[in-house]
Ligand binder design. Structure first.
Ligand code: SF4
Length: 476
């Protein structure tokens, strides 16, 4: 626990003959609801209304605010009958401060065409591009890296009026790093992934009436609204869906690169019921747990395997199955407390762990327990958990972590602490980390075991925060 989720995006475009009950904004709303784990700071939806506006020219309308999806939108807004398409976003501030102006999707009129953009990821040369744009007179109204893309589109010399695809392609040719984008105009929906494919994006079809399309960060968002998963948007692919003709075009406008999908999506970020990068997230976590049990057995055995809820559950089940140690929910999580990293100071964060996690004494007192967690970042949460369990009478507490030690920050859309705050960077030997946390023993899943599990696809994943070797070096 401790890496901050990034963002989630969704795009919906309806066919002209859609059933009147299929409101695109409402579909986007439910999809965003299922992507809430990817960002809890703010949410927004922009709808395309081709027949709205005083002059009948159509309009993109936005609704957004700080807070959870359920708090930001109203039924009346979501059920606008003239809306034919929508893009939506849930946000954490991986780049840019916490401010409603930074809540996406962003809208702008680019050479006479209204455009909305929703972005998951982080551009590694955004500051350099921003400085360059500012010297040309560009005024930025947010502190988000995503706005850079809109300004590059506005200044592109490619494409006539209405040719958003040409301008978008040109703009993306200048940016580096990670992006999974949904871009909406009054007529088209674009879905794009960067050539490395750091962040996930999946294409789906809404199974009612004529084909209506949907894209989302994770398949759980499609499941939520009953849309069928068609396939992933490929790394480096730009998909353009035209609402009027119903056509879907797939292009690969950028030079091909080796895929470098974020392995952390499988370790922690994505929901366990999603398929991400063509794999079940749940099964990855379960297998990580099994492999961990084989590579880091408990000296002398243990009475129970306890997951750190919720993201450690699948790995703990795998650990239990492979080790033969019974699984128990010995730590309960309060559903009513925000994630610990939302609070800014260390003191409040420490108190937050106690608010969130409570030991089940009868499973712990006089027992030797194995605690399985998805990852260790600063180490403070693990230390608190070990203290919590010892306080509940545990005889021994063994900590097992279903990923390798984290020694570096992320530059691709995940809000990570500075390297100096990472426990495995500060204390390179696992034994030192174990002592600091106060556990009886500590074991990490090795990078080699993880890569062996990924098999032929091992080279297709990014492991930058485990190795310090980054697929795209940050310019900023
Ligand atoms: Fe994911 Fe880590 Fe790579 Fe960032 S550095 S993209 S968190 S694997």
């Amino acid at each position: 626990m401790g890496f901050r989720d990034e963002c989630g995006v969704v795009g919906v475009i309806m066919s002209p003959s859609r059933p009147p009950s299929d409101y695109p904004a409402r579909l986007a709303y439910f999809a965003l609801h299922s992507l809430q784990h990817r960002g809890q700071e703010g949410a927004g939806i922009v709808v395309a209304e081709p027949t709205a506006g005083a002059d009948g020219a159509g309009a993109l309308r936005d609704m957004k605010g700080l807070g959870l999806v359920a708090e930001v939108f109203t039924d009346r807004e979501l059920m606008r009958t003239s809306a034919v398409a929508a893009v939506g976003h849930v946000r954490y501030s991986t780049a840019g401060e916490k401010n409603v102006r930074n809540v996406q999707p962003f809208t702008a009129t680019v050479r006479g065409e209204q455009v909305a953009i929703a972005h998951n990821g982080n551009l590694t040369n955004a500051n350099a591009l921003k400085r360059e744009l500012e010297t040309r007179g560009t005024i930025f109204s947010t502190s988000s890296d995503t706005e850079v893309i809109l300004h590059l589109m506005a200044q592109s010399v490619y494409g006539g009026s209405g040719d958003t695809q040409a301008r978008l392609t040109d703009a993306l040719g200048h940016v580096e790093g990670a992006y999974a984008l949904c871009v909406l105009t009054l007529r088209e929906l674009f879905a794009v992934r960067d050539p490395r494919g750091f962040r996930p994006l999946v294409l789906g079809r809404i199974a009612s009436g004529e084909p209506a399309w949907m894209v989302a960060s994770e398949s759980c968002a499609l499941d939520m609204v009953g849309a069928e998963v068609v396939r992933e948007v490929e790394p480096g692919e730009l998909i353009a869906i035209d609402r009027v003709t119903g056509s879907l075009r797939s292009l690969f406008p950028f030079p091909r690169q080796q895929r470098k999908a974020c392995i952390f999506e499988h370790i922690y970020f994505s929901r366990a019921n999603s398929d991400v990068f063509g794999r079940s997230v749940y099964m990855s976590r379960y297998r990580f747990g099994e492999l961990l049990a084989r590579s880091s057995p408990i000296p002398g055995g243990a009475d129970y395997v306890l997951p750190v809820p919720d993201s450690g559950v699948a790995a703990a089940l795998g650990f239990s199955a492979a080790s033969g140690i019974p699984f128990q929910m010995g730590i309960m999580r309060s559903q009513y407390v925000g994630r610990t990293f939302i609070q800014p100071t260390q003191e409040i964060r420490d108190a937050g762990v106690k608010l969130k996690l409570s030991p089940v004494r009868c499973m712990i007192a006089d027992k030797r327990v194995v605690v399985v967690d998805d990852s260790v970042v600063r180490g403070t949460t693990s230390r608190k958990i070990v203290r919590l369990l010892r306080g509940a009478g545990a005889k021994e507490v063994h900590l097992r972590i279903a990923c390798p030690p984290i020694i570096g920050s992320c530059y691709y859309g995940v809000d990570t602490p500075n390297r100096e705050e990472l426990i495995s960077f500060r204390l390179p030997a696992d034994q030192q980390v174990c002592e600091w946390i106060g556990a009886d023993s500590l074991g990490f899943l090795s990078l080699e075991a993880m890569q062996e599990f990924l098999g032929d696809e091992a080279d297709d994943f990014c492991y930058g925060c485990f190795t310090g070797k980054y697929p795209v070096l940050p310019v900023d």
